[in-house]
Design a protein around this ligand. Structure first.
Ligand code: FES
Ligand code: FES
Length: 171
């Protein structure tokens, strides 16, 4: 066994695990973060996607020891105290059927929104090509991500407009 120290969802965890333990197993078995799913276990389906320093990675093929000192975010930590806009959009637009692939999609989509703000359907399809769903046919998933991006962008624009009004009113 080897001692690991991992920063997950803003909390530092110290634990013991086999030297070759994969991040996915440490998250689920040692930390009880079962939201991240294992499907293929070969880096092919994206069900196990988490963020490492904001970048989506397949946690089933990443050794836990490789990410010590990095910032890891799982689906449980994505929205802070509430739901992330992508999670709200998945609920609203029926983008979940069996739900097994959903955490991976949500995490990868959140990273996409962080990077490009309001993606087009083609951008969503391209970016999420590594995430596989056996249930939905993808249309509702793509629609949910596009909707979440548009809603987030509108809320940023509205906040900017309020801030500029406040600045204008104060001069
Ligand atoms: S379970 Fe990790 S990519 Fe499929
Ligand atoms: S909702 Fe079932 S695999 Fe995607």
């Amino acid at each position: 066994m080897t001692a690991f120290s991992l920063l997950v969802n803003g909390v530092e965890h110290t634990m013991e695990a086999p030297a070759g333990a994969f991040l996915l197993d440490v998250l689920r078995d040692s930390l009880g973060l079962a939201g991240t799913k294992e499907a293929c276990a070969e880096g092919e389906c994206g069900s196990c996607t988490v963020l490492v320093d904001g970048e989506p990675v397949d946690s089933c093929i990443l050794f836990a020891g490789q990410v010590e000192g990095r910032k890891i975010t799982t689906v449980e930590g994505l929205g802070g105290d509430g739901l992330h806009p992508v999670q709200e959009a998945f609920n609203a637009l029926g983008a979940v059927q069996c739900g097994f692939c959903t955490p991976g999609f949500v995490v990868a989509a959140a990273a996409l929104l962080d990077r490009v703000g309001s993606p087009t359907p083609d951008q969503v399809r391209e970016e999420l090509a590594g995430n596989l769903c056996r249930c939905t046919g993808y249309d509702n998933i793509v629609a949910a991500v596009v909707s979440a991006g548009a809603a987030s962008e509108a809320s940023v624009a509205s906040a900017a407009s309020v801030a500029s009004g406040v600045r204008g009113g104060g001069s």
